[in-house]
Design a protein around this ligand. Sequence first.
Ligand code: GDP
Ligand code: ZN
Length: 287
Amino acid sequence: MTEVARIIQSHGKGFVVDLAGRRYRATARRKKTDYAVGDRVEVNVLNEEQAVIEQVLPRSSLLYRSDAFKEKLIAANVTQIAIVLAAVPSFYEELLSRCLVAAEDADIRALIVLNKADLPETAAARPIIAPYCTLGYPMIELSAKTDVAPLWPLLAGQTTVFVGQSGMGKSTLVNALLPEARARTREISEALDSGKHTTTHATLYSLPNGGELIDSPGLQEFGMRHLRVDRMAALFPEYRQYLGQCRFHNCRHDREPDCALTASVARGETLPQRLQLLRKLTSECGK
Ligand code: GDP
Ligand code: ZN
């Protein structure tokens, strides 16, 4: 008889699932790549330690990235993506922008976390982020080293996946939010792995305020070849008001004459780097 469990960790060899508060090491009957942290899955429990994942239950959302060679699931059933940035080392604005597009595509919220607010360099990062706030994406400034309290209300009731380039302070932030849970999870996965060293890909933690936090490994690239070209522009909130106004109904918003998006950049109404990203994503899809 199968029971419903939650995938709370994925690593090189398999998964850790939580079934009514008990943790099991789990392998997948089907391809491992079909499952992600956050998934609700039907499992067969084999013994005190092991379970087999039989199938995944329908997801409310799915975040994934893809390049020319493969697709990789990042997290499932999340309601929010928190993009951790810092002024030092410098962050890639394009990566931020890609994360926001991915959030739109997955129909989940996005939250920009500007960490290391204690550093004077932060002043230079604010004007880069400000236009994204104008688009409607909330931003919170904090210093993970001193106080993460401002983040709590934004995590309550949400399943939030934390992403960021390495060096932005994501580990410091997650540690500050979950000092005990993190150590406990490490113990559990070490015990389940019987001491073998495996790379952890992502881990889900329950927060004391009812939210959930998924810590996903540093993100340096975020390919999105899975996006559909014909609905790409709609993933940029600033373009919604212009949709349908290009001369050609199948405009790729590139070199076409009378493109409403190109015109919006020329008039200074939208950011050139966002249109560049739209074109880049379109050409990456190569369809
Ligand atoms: P990760 O790669 O994103 O997990 O980053 P880490 O958490 O390992 O942090 C990278 C570096 O930034 C470390 O040296 C941290 O001590 C430092 N750091 C993290 N948060 C803050 C912060 O709020 N302020 C300052 N000044 N440094 C921080
Ligand atoms: Zn156009």
